[in-house]
Design a protein. Sequence first.
Length: 256
Amino acid sequence: MLKSYKNSILFIPSAWLPSSALGGSGRGWAGIAIFIFLVKCTSPTIEGYEIKGSLTNANKVKIYLDQFTGASIIAKDSTVTDENGNFVLTAKISEVGFYRLRISQNNFVNTILHNDDRISITGDAQNMFGTYKLQGSPDAMLMYEFNDYVRAFGIKTDSLRRIMELFTGSPKMDSVSASMNNAYIMMLDEKKEYIKKFIDNNSRSIACLAAIENLDINSDLQYFIKIDKELYNLYPQLEYVKSFHTKVAQSSRLSV
């Protein structure tokens, strides 16, 4: 089901209540009665995750939530935005995982969900990945941070491609092509260093499983081992982690 954004769990320690509300006088019972009334008027606590979205160009647009498993993508939920592009999804999940919020197969964003997450997302429904912004749990924010880097890298790559297209058929094409290729190689080196730093700083997050797909397991095996050690200890039941653990174990044996 689909619902709203960030509702905090009601928790009022007895130390925060007046002593009379804890019994001993008529005023205490009155205080309890008021407290019960306030609790009844409070919005119900949402069990499970909650994703709240607000998209432009999204009048009555259908939104889907899919789960990435170890081997496939499973449709989990869907809803329709209101006339202002707002929507909410809520449900329970048994374990942390990778999910995508999509409008179509080519128009989506991916994130990480824990059962108790509260996530808000904004963007343009016509280009979700290119425009979205997200607030949420540490893992969801790390996934957003990595996606944001990927977006910026893609923009730079497109810029190089457009420059080369401008010189197509020009006598300068060979020199421009060589220059653009050198620039792209430098970008790839910078990307590799970014990913290594991302892993060093966040090796206990499953967001690293997405990031490390950009590294080579043969030349960067120590980073694979680092993630495997952290995540297999934290999430030995997750299919992503078990598959990654098997992959790293096999490569480690071959490298000996």
